[in-house]
Ligand binder design. Structure first.
Ligand SMILES: NC(=O)c1ccc[n+]([C@@H]2O[C@H](COP(=O)([O-])OP(=O)(O)OC[C@H]3O[C@@H](n4cnc5c(N)ncnc54)[C@H](OP(=O)(O)O)[C@@H]3O)[C@@H](O)[C@H]2O)c1
Length: 385
């Protein structure tokens, strides 16, 4: 980074649904010494938000190379909620790399993450710049939970993660999935069989976000191999949704197959665009508050695990949990806690310091949240039990 910067942190995409929540989260938990600003593409909306929060507002369209370059040149850290990232994210990341700025975002768009690795990883390693995609619900809870268990065990054993969730679906998330499908990326949810899990008295079903979370954990393992015992060539992570019984597991598997089919077909995508939530929309405040995500991690054989750990995250996964993860990632980067440079994962970029921040701030605790109910991300504000 060249010379002193005007801001410690700039939040791009601050006028979107998660962006506004992230801006409020920053206002409530950033240290008073942090010099931060909000940014977005629309001057009126950015300045209105900036006035409300009493911070500076910067205008930068993600497709305007010089505008994102100017934004990156003014700060030490960029957080971005401007997605689909495959559409609006690439120039901003390139500008951050050029200006030597740490960066984190909310993407779950795997092909785009692979592009960032190809384009920027080596350069960032050399220059100590941390680029941390997937710093929301995908994939912070999984990546940090697995890393904590790997650290505790100190040996490479297979780990399986099982989520129970309650939450809603943002228009931005739906439209990021649609953008990927339109770009020809096949739906990536694995068509794995459902199976009983007697050790938890539950059934397991395929999980929508498993491909992203498994890839992120796999990359953490690649990055940490040789640095941290427990990751290594024989390490394996698999992720599932947990349901009460066989019928629930079958229902979830069927629902996912249908969603994948819809995303894969032009008429299905038309229906999702027409009737699904629009960009800028998301669950109600109440639904955001009532949401939760419980992650159970099992190490070793599923029928006789050597360790079981439970992590409870309060709030809607795609919103409250997501913005808490993103904001604490940004604060950790701004505090100089990045462990290395590269196009990284939450665990390889910040590891236990981020997990400690999230626990200290009350975002996550050991145990289980909610009623133990089994829910899934559902149309805005709804829960499926
Ligand atoms: N990792 C996770 O767990 C997780 C959870 C939730 C969301 N997400 C992802 O986060 C992203 C945002 O979600 P959301 O619900 O907040 O969506 P949203 O409400 O539609 O917000 C999208 C943001 O992108 C901005 N934008 C649009 N075009 C732009 C451009 N040309 N240049 C710069 N910014 C532009 C929008 O600006 P305007 O306000 O001016 O329209 C808005 O701020 C999505 O990609 C979603 O998939 C991830």
């Amino acid at each position: 980074m060249t010379g002193p910067r005007e801001f410690d942190l700039v939040l791009q995409g601050a006028t979107g649904f998660t962006g506004r929540l992230a801006a409020e989260e920053l206002r409530s938990c950033a240290p008073s010494s942090l010099r931060w600003a909000v940014a977005g593409r629309c001057p009126e909306r950015v300045h209105a938000l900036a006035r409300k929060l009493d911070v500076q507002g910067l205008v930068a369209d993600g497709l305007d190379r010089s505008a994102v370059g100017a934004l990156a040149a003014r700060t030490r850290v960029v957080l971005s909620c401007a997605g689909p990232f495959t559409r609006w994210g690439s120039l901003l990341v390139a500008a951050c790399v050029e200006e030597g700025v740490h960066y984190a975002d909310l993407t779950g768009e795997l092909p785009w993450m692979e592009t960032l690795i190809d384009r920027h990883h080596e350069d960032c390693v050399e220059r100590g710049i941390a680029i941390v995609p997937a710093s929301g619900f995908d994939s912070v809870p999984t990546d940090l939970g697995v890393q904590a268990l790997v650290t505790e065990l100190g040996q490479a054993v297979p780990i399986h993660g099982f989520f129970t969730l309650q939450g809603g679906l943002n228009g931005g998330t739906l439209h990021s999935g649609l953008a990927l499908a339109e770009d020809g990326s096949p739906p990536t949810t694995p068509s794995r069989p459902i199976f009983p899990l007697p050790v938890l008295d539950r059934w397991a079903a395929p999980f929508l976000m498993a491909p992203v979370n498994e890839r992120v954990v796999g990359r953490s393992a690649e990055m940490m191999a040789g640095v941290q015992s427990g990751y290594g060539p024989s390490f394996l992570y698999r992720e599932h949704l947990l349901t009460r019984g066989r019928a629930g597991a079958w229902g979830m598997a069927t629902l996912l197959k249908s969603a994948n089919r819809m995303l894969a077909s032009p008429s299905g995508r038309w229906l999702l665009r027409r009737f699904g939530p629009k960009p800028g929309e998301g669950p109600s405040e109440r639904a955001i508050r009532m949401g939760f995500a419980n992650l159970v991690l099992l190490a070793g054989p599923l029928n006789d695990p050597i360790a079981i750990r439970r992590w409870a995250w309060d709030g809607d996964p795609g919103n409250q949990i997501t913005v808490r993860c993103l904001v604490q990632t940004g604060l950790a980067l701004a505090a100089g806690e990045a462990l290395r440079g590269g196009v990284l994962t939450p665990a390889s970029a910040l590891g236990s310091s981020l997990f400690n921040r999230l626990q200290d701030s009350g975002a996550v605790r050991e145990g289980a949240s909610g009623s133990g109910a089994v829910g899934i991300s559902a149309p805005v504000g709804a829960t499926i039990h």
